[in-house]
Unconditional design. Structure first.
Length: 760
């Protein structure tokens, strides 16, 4: 009963989503269903013993919808895009054919209005008669060809009692057309009772044109909102160069198996995840992790599918293929997040569910009111004319599309923008929660600090010559220490060796190497005995050394490694888990967003407080066990704080689960996508700032969309009903209602697309 997502064909508005959702919920075997108009997809779980996709698709086919069946040969995203491009092409052709007819209609209307204002002369009889007979022909084409979806919408309403936006437009334009047709066909007999000169063929023509144009622009804009997934899919290499039977062979990436040795040449994409087996190179991981600089990869390092080899050929062993790769996880996560609903959408969904029936009732009541009160004050002919205009105007201007698009389009764009920045968002609800966060809890190791020891400072105490110069320079003392540490497996040895390597220092050769348990190392270099270790080792050697000279640094969490001979100190090296360069700026920026920072770490108090002071952390909880971290999160929440917890996504799992928003600081293929609501690829804390900014930008866009969608209907429907007529003599022409309705949805999508260009 896994919940899976499928594309839906034929959705035109938020009411469509409600019809589909309601139908599936009543279907035996369906346990969970969620339809999203923005992504035009259904997320559904069902018992395959009771129903299947084909049966489910048939359930909604009478209402004009169908499920796009998955294809084994082609990704669903490509299938969906092809369907959408075909639909857009069809809409474009209809708009192109409709615009000339709309221009002619507007020309006739303008001439009529200007002649009434005595700005131009009235049309002569022949011209007037020509257009009098041309308009019904044009209106027939518009209604029965371009407006066919709206006719079907009206038919389905009367046949099945299911109404959507197409039903409203269909009823409105059919009413305008057939009233005009009857008046024109029987103008002789009817001329005694009503004004047969007043027809609404132009309304049918121009309204359908504007709505068709609006739907075309909306569909084209919506296509742009989901381009993040397409770009991610395009990262996938199509082929791989594998070594089989001792020779290189190019195969489809789908044929790669675990353990294959794959050769990647400069400029090529890495086809699957794996571990470097031979060679070194620099890999551009920007499109997966958001990191701009290529990263060096050597034997034993992991490589990720979709990244690009920049300079040297190398060979790697395939460890994850197909849906197991990081890129596949990212694509799935982005798809799921874009298809999910934010809690803020609940109100819009409730309103959309009852919107169309209410609008139909309001439209009919308005028509009856005009025919009743209007006839009393204005006379029957005028009341009928105004009543019909109001009836059609309400049906045309009232559209749940803007409401339905308000949240999902912003979510689609926001999640996609996050993916490009290396910020993976699990679902829309997480994005909404992140917007409310006012306290961020961070782990020290791997979040604020790099998570691996580094040689950060050297104090050279080497004996001086007569001129006061040290006998050994800095490179030489590092070479000696590295010569001793080369034989050790202690993390400190790694820090010293990395320093020597990065500074191109030639490492000395040590003989008679010995580990002095719990204290340090001993070895002979150039026939001279050297010792390296802690203060206990120096004390055992009975060498005088004032520890107060390094006390301030040890209180900051730095570990001293003292290099000495049997009789004197040569140098003191300070090893520390260095602070990430971006940490201080990131914490500064979080403070600017009004967020307080809490460091939660298992390290000792002195080290934690020293680092917190350097980077500007507000509060420190040190020497914490995993269960203590959980208690801390609960305590902060009890204080009324909305808490985001950032950690490695594995060791901090209980605290991440308890936090309002869990943020995994992921690095490479070790990213804990399933653990937290948000994953920051590359483990860069500055992305946390971007993630929070993104949530604020997206939520602001959603609120703007919802505001304008609600205001549009709250203001538009009463005006279309004729509310302004008693006070100002103003009645909304259905043509302007059609124009407003068409561009309401376009404006919502356009506002969502602005998120793409905003700086994080």
């Amino acid at each position: 009963m896994e919940k899976k997502s499928y594309k839906i064909k034929g959705m035109h508005c938020a009411s469509c989503a409600n019809i589909i959702e309601g139908t599936f919920k009543k279907t035996d075997g369906v346990t969970s269903v969620e339809v999203n108009y923005g992504t035009e997809a259904v997320k559904i779980a069902f018992d395959d013993k009771k129903t299947n996709l084909e049966a489910l698709s048939k359930k909604i086919e009478p209402f004009g919808y169908s499920i796009v069946m998955p294809s084994e040969n082609e990704p669903e995203i490509n299938q969906s895009k092809k369907e959408k491009l075909d639909e857009i092409k069809d809409q474009k052709n209809k708009v192109i054919s409709a615009i000339p007819l709309a221009v002619i209609s507007i020309f006739i209307m303008a001439w009529d209005i200007l002649s009434q204002l005595k700005i131009v002369s009235p049309m002569n009889y022949d011209t007037s008669e020509f257009f009098h007979h041309l308009l019904p022909i044009m209106a027939s084409y518009m209604l029965f060809v371009v407006g066919k979806p709206y006719l079907l919408g009206a038919y389905r309403f009367f046949r099945y009692g299911k109404a959507n936006m197409d039903s409203l437009i269909g009823i409105g334009t059919i009413t305008a057309f057939f009233y005009s047709f009857i008046v024109t066909a029987f103008e002789g007999p009817l001329g005694k009772f009503i004004n047969v000169e007043q027809t609404y063929f132009d309304v049918t023509i121009v309204v359908i044109t504007f709505i068709a144009l609006g739907k075309f622009l909306e569909a084209r804009s919506k296509l742009k909102t989901g381009d993040a997934i397409e770009k991610l899919l395009n990262l996938q290499a199509k082929t791989a160069l594998v070594i089989r039977s001792g020779s290189e062979k190019e195969i489809s990436v789908n044929e790669v198996v675990h353990g294959d040795l794959i050769v990647v040449k400069p400029g090529q994409k890495i086809p699957v995840d794996g571990v470097v087996a031979a060679g070194t190179s620099f890999i551009d991981e920007a499109m997966v992790t958001g990191e701009p600089m290529p990263k060096e990869k050597k034997v034993g390092d992991t490589v990720v599918a979709g990244t690009i080899n920049t300079n040297s050929a190398f060979t790697f062993k395939a460890t994850k293929i197909g849906s197991e790769t990081l890129l596949a996880h990212i694509v799935k996560m982005v798809q799921d997040a874009q298809g999910s609903k934010a809690p803020i959408q609940a109100l819009a969904d409730k309103i959309s569910g009852v919107f169309v029936p209410i609008v139909l009732v309001v439209a009919f009541l308005t028509l009856l009111t005009w025919l009743g009160l209007g006839t009393y004050y204005l006379g029957f002919l005028k009341a009928l004319s105004f009543g019909l205009m109001s009836f059609v105007g309400i049906l045309v201007i009232a559209c749940p599309c803007a409401l339905g698009l308000a949240t999902p389009t912003a979510i689609i764009v926001g999640v996609g923008k996050g993916a490009k920045e290396g910020i993976l968002i699990k679902d829309a609800a997480t994005l909404e929660k992140l917007y409310k966060v006012n306290t961020v809890v961070v782990d020290k190791t791997g979040t604020i600090t790099k998570g691996k020891p580094e040689l950060v400072s050297i104090k050279n105490y080497s004996p001086r010559d007569a001129s006061g110069q040290s006998n050994l320079n800095e490179e030489e003392v590092v070479a000696i220490l590295a010569g001793l540490e080369k034989n050790s497996e202690h993390p400190i040895a790694y820090a010293v060796m990395e320093y020597a390597k990065n500074n191109s220092i030639e490492i000395a050769e040590a003989q008679k190497f010995e580990i002095i348990k719990g204290k340090g190392l001993r070895g002979t270099i150039n026939k001279k005995e050297y010792f390296a270790g802690n203060a206990k080792l120096i004390s055992d050697l009975k060498i005088s050394f004032d520890l107060k000279t390094i006390e301030a640094e040890t209180l900051q969490g730095k570990t001293p490694v003292i290099l000495a001979t049997k009789s004197e100190i040569i140098a003191v090296f300070m090893i520390a888990d260095a602070i990430k360069p971006e940490a201080i700026e990131a914490i500064n920026n979080l403070h600017k967003l009004g967020i307080s920072l809490v460091m939660l770490t298992g390290d000792d108090k002195n080290t934690a407080e020293a680092i917190a002071k350097q980077v500007g952390i507000d509060r420190v909880v040190a020497e914490a066990l995993p269960e203590d971290k959980l208690v801390t999160i609960k305590t902060l929440q009890a204080e009324g704080k909305v808490v985001a917890m950032a950690g490695d996504g594995v060791n901090d799992a209980p605290a991440l689960a308890q936090a309002d928003v869990g943020i995994a600081m992921g690095t490479g293929t070790d990213v804990a996508i399933e653990t937290a609501g948000i994953t920051l690829l590359g483990g860069d804390i500055s992305k946390m700032v971007k993630a929070i900014k993104l949530s604020k930008i997206t939520m602001r866009g959603i609120k703007q969309n919802l505001f304008w969608a609600f205001i549009y209907n709250i203001v538009g429907i009463p005006i279309a009903a004729g509310l302004l007529y008693p006070f100002f003599g103003v009645l909304l022409n259905p043509i302007f209602a059609g124009l407003a309705m068409a561009f309401s949805s376009v404006s919502v999508v356009g506002n969502s697309l602005r998120i793409k260009g905003m700086k994080l």
